[in-house]
Ligand binder design. Structure first.
Ligand code: GAL
Length: 655
C-alpha cells in the first residue's frame, strides 16, 4: 500500500489548499514564485472546482488545470489532487433535485454554499464517480501528482426518502429480521413496534423524545454512507494509480464519523485543525487532535489544513500573535505530522471565506504572516530530513470510541454537562500537563504495549470491549476509568445493575445505587480535592486497596475514587490539578515516566525518533534544564545542560 512517505520523500511537506481558479492566470506566476520563496513543496488543488471542471453535464474543461499542474511541477512543487465532490455544480441540483440533502425537518439544503449533496443519492454518487474517473484518467500519470484527496471534510446528514430507503437496507443487513430490530431498539416502549420495514424512518423531527437506539443507528448509518461515498471515489483513483496514496481530511474530534473505521480505509490520515488563538488551552486542543490523528494513522500523519490566523467564523476572530503559527506548526511535527498545510495559500478577495487568513494574506509578501510562513519553511526544510517518517513511543493510551459518544449524546439523560468532549479534554489535559506522552486507542484494540490505559468515559462498551479491558488488566496493565463507563451495551441497553458487573468487580464496587450529577459549575468535596460535573452513590464491596471518600453532603464517606490492584475508578471529575496529581500517581505506579522532569510551566516536551522537541507556549523567556549536551537541530547551537526558549520558542534537540 502506498503511504505518506511516498509523497514526503524524506521531507516535511509545507503547503496548502490552492484555488487558482479564483485568480487570473498572471497571478499564478506570482504564486509559484512566492511558493518557492517560502519553501512550499505541496499544494492541494481542486477541492471545490467541480463547476469549473465540468461546467455543463459531461462537458469538461481541463485546460486550466493542465496548465496549472505543469506550472507547479515545473517549479518542483507536488500536487495533492482533490476530487471536487464536496461542492456539486448548480446544474446538478437543478437537473437532479434528488442529489440535494434534506434535514430532519424535511427542508432541502440548496446549492449556493457547499456540501449540498445527499450521501444516499444514487444520482449524486454516479456523477461524483464520473468526475473522479475523468480526473484520475487525465492526471493519474501527471508527474506532479503525489496524493489523492477525496472530497472534503465529509460531514453531511440526509433524512430524505432515498436516505430512508438506504437506512432500511442498512438495518436489514445489521439485524436480519424486524424482530431483532424491535428487540435492539426496545420498541416495546411507547408503542414503537415495527411490523413492516417500510415503516422505519431516518431520525426525523418527532414531537417528543426520539428512540435513542434508532438515533444511534442513524448516526452509525450516516457515517457508513459517507464512508461508502469515500471508498467509491478512492477505489476509482486507486484503479488508475495504485502507487499514489489516498486521503480524505477529517475535522478535529468530529462527531459525525467513526474515524477509527475511516482511518483504516485511508493510506494517509489527515486532519484539519483550528484551535482558537485566544483559547488558553489552544495548544492542548492541538495536542489532543494530533495524538488522536497519529494514533489513527499508526504513524506519521498529515496536517491538511490549519490557519495562519483568523478563520472568519468566530465571534471574536483574532489572528495568531507573532510566533504562534510557527509554534503550533512545530508542535504538530513534534507529535508526528510529516506535512504542515493550510487553508489556504492565497487569501481570497471574494466568497464566503475572504476574511479567512492564508499563507499569503491580503497584506501580500511583505505582510507579517507571509514572512512568518517563510521562516517556518526554512525550519521545516532543516528538520525534514531528521524527523520525517520517525515515530513517537507512548506508554499511555486514552480510549475513545465514536459509537459510545453517539449513544451517550442523546436527549433525556441526566448528564448534559458531563458531555464526553468535556471529560475527554480534561483527562487528556491532565496527562499533557504531566508530560506523559499519550496515544489514543479504540477499546477493542490490542492494548498490551501500554503501561497505562485511561478511559475518561466510555458509556457504551460492547462485550468484546469489556473482555479486552479485563484481559488487559489481568495481563499486567494498569487501567483507570472515569464515571459513565460500561453503562450500556451495543444497543444502548442499560447493563444489569446499571454498570457492567465485571467492571464493578474489577474496581471493587458492589452496588451503583444512584448517579448524582452536579449542576453546571457545581463541585462536591472529596478527601483532598473537589470533584466537578458528577458524583455517584457507590457501595464498595470491601476489596479495594485504596479509597478516597466524598466528604460532607449526601455522599459523605462513600467512595469517590477506588483503587483495586491495577484498576482504578473515578466517580467524579477531580478539579484539574487534582486530576493531574492522581493520574500522575497512577502512571508512576504503572512505571510511566514524563518525557522530562522539572519542566517549567507552559513548556511542552515530546520525543519524536531521536529528537527532543521543547515548545514554550508562554510569552516569557524560560530556561529548560536538559541533562547532557545536545545540538539544536533548528539553530545548530549546542545546548549544554540547559536551553533558553524565548516567547513561543522551540528547540529540537538531538541526543
Ligand atoms: C475547513 C474547510 C476549508 C475551509 C476551512 C476554513 O473546514 O475544509 O475548505 O473552509 O475550513 O474555514
Amino acid at each position: 500500500m502506498p503511504q505518506l512517505s511516498d509523497a514526503t520523500r524524506g521531507r516535511v511537506l509545507l503547503g496548502g489548499d490552492y484555488n487558482p481558479e479564483q485568480w487570473p492566470e498572471e497571478t499564478w506566476y506570482d504564486d509559484v514564485r512566492l511558493m518557492k520563496d517560502a519553501g512550499v513543496n505541496s499544494v492541494t488543488v481542486g477541492v471545490f472546482s467541480w463547476a469549473r471542471l465540468e461546467p455543463r453535464p459531461g462537458v469538461h474543461d481541463f485546460g486550466w488545470l493542465d496548465r496549472l499542474l505543469d506550472l507547479v511541477h515545473g517549479h518542483g512543487i507536488g500536487v495533492v489532487l482533490a476530487t471536487p465532490t464536496a461542492a456539486p455544480p448548480p446544474w446538478l441540483g437543478r437537473l437532479h433535485p434528488d442529489t440535494l440533502p434534506v434535514d430532519e425537518d424535511g427542508r432541502t439544503e440548496w446549492w449556493g454554499g457547499r456540501q449540498h449533496f445527499s450521501h444516499s443519492s444514487a444520482t449524486y454518487r454516479r456523477h461524483a464517480a464520473a468526475i473522479t474517473e475523468a480526473l484520475a484518467a487525465r492526471y493519474g500519470g501527471h508527474p506532479a501528482l503525489t496524493m489523492w484527496h477525496i472530497n472534503n471534510e465529509y460531514c453531511t446528514y440526509d433524512h430524505g426518502d432515498e436516505a430512508a430507503a438506504r437506512f432500511r437496507g442498512w438495518l436489514r443487513d445489521r439485524y436480519g429480521t424486524l424482530d431483532a430490530l424491535n428487540t435492539a431498539w426496545g420498541t416495546a416502549f411507547w408503542s414503537q413496534g415495527y411490523g413492516d420495514w417500510e415503516e422505519i424512518l431516518p431520525s426525523r423531527r418527532a414531537h417528543y423524545l426520539k428512540n435513542p437506539t434508532q438515533v444511534l443507528d442513524f448516526r452509525r448509518f450516516t457515517s457508513d454512507m459517507l464512508l461508502e461515498c469515500y471508498t467509491a471515489e478512492r477505489d476509482i483513483v486507486r484503479r488508475h494509480t495504485p502507487h499514489i496514496p489516498v486521503t480524505t481530511n477529517f475535522m478535529p474530534l468530529w462527531f459525525g464519523q467513526d474515524a477509527w473505521r475511516w482511518a483504516g480505509e485511508e493510506d494517509v490520515v489527515s486532519v484539519d485543525l483550528y484551535p482558537d488563538p485566544r483559547d488558553p488551552y489552544g495548544a492542548q486542543e492541538g495536542a489532543l487532535v494530533q495524538d488522536l490523528t497519529r494514533s489513527q494513522a499508526r504513524g506519521p500523519w498529515m496536517l491538511m489544513e490549519q490557519a495562519t490566523g483568523a478563520v472568519g467564523w468566530r465571534d471574536v476572530d483574532q489572528p495568531k500573535p507573532r510566533g504562534l503559527n510557527r509554534l503550533w506548526s512545530l508542535q504538530a511535527v513534534a507529535r508526528g505530522a510529516d506535512a504542515v498545510c493550510y487553508f489556504q495559500w492565497r487569501r481570497s478577495r471574494q466568497g464566503a471565506e475572504k476574511f479567512h487568513s492564508a499563507m499569503l494574506g491580503h497584506a501580500g509578501e511583505h505582510g507579517r504572516v507571509f514572512q512568518e510562513v517563510k521562516r517556518l519553511g526554512a525550519d521545516l526544510a532543516t528538520l525534514g530530513p531528521r524527523v520525517s517518517g520517525t515515530r513517537i513511543e507512548a506508554d499511555v493510551a486514552v480510549l475513545h470510541d465514536w459509537h459510545s459518544w453517539w449513544a451517550g449524546t442523546q436527549e433525556a439523560r441526566p448528564f448534559a454537562h458531563a458531555d464526553l468532549p468535556v471529560v475527554l479534554r480534561a483527562w487528556h489535559r491532565a496527562l499533557w500537563e504531566a508530560h506523559l506522552t499519550t496515544d489514543f486507542a479504540h477499546p477493542t484494540h490490542d492494548l498490551s504495549r501500554y503501561r497505562l490505559v485511561a478511559v475518561p468515559q466510555l458509556y457504551l462498551l460492547t462485550d468484546a470491549a469489556v473482555d479486552n479491558l479485563l484481559a488487559y488488566v489481568h495481563g499486567g496493565g494498569t487501567l483507570v476509568c472515569g464515571f459513565l463507563t460500561g453503562i450500556a451495551d451495543e444497543d444502548d441497553r442499560v447493563r444489569p445493575g446499571g454498570m457492567d458487573a465485571r467492571l464493578r468487580g474489577l474496581f471493587g464496587i458492589r452496588t451503583l445505587h444512584e448517579w448524582w450529577p452536579l449542576p453546571a459549575g457545581g463541585t462536591v468535596p472529596c478527601d483532598g480535592f473537589r470533584g466537578t460535573l458528577w458524583s455517584e452513590e457507590l457501595e464498595a464491596d470491601g476489596t479495594a486497596d485504596e479509597t478516597v471518600p466524598y466528604r460532607g453532603g449526601e455522599l459523605d464517606g462513600l467512595p469517590a475514587v477506588l483503587g483495586k490492584g491495577r484498576a482504578w475508578y473515578l466517580s467524579t471529575l477531580p478539579e484539574p490539578e487534582a486530576l493531574r496529581t492522581l493520574l500522575t500517581r497512577i502512571a508512576e505506579g504503572a512505571g510511566v515516566r514524563p518525557v522530562l522532569d522539572g519542566l517549567p510551566d507552559g513548556v511542552e516536551a515530546v520525543r519524536r525518533g531521536d529528537a527532543l522537541f521543547l515548545l514554550n507556549h508562554g510569552r516569557d523567556e524560560v530556561t529548560v534544564d536538559v541533562p547532557g549536551t545536545h545540538r539544536d537541530l533548528l539553530t545548530g547551537e549546542v545546548a549544554d545542560g540547559s536551553v533558553v526558549l524565548g516567547r513561543y520558542g522551540v528547540a529540537v534537540l538531538s541526543s
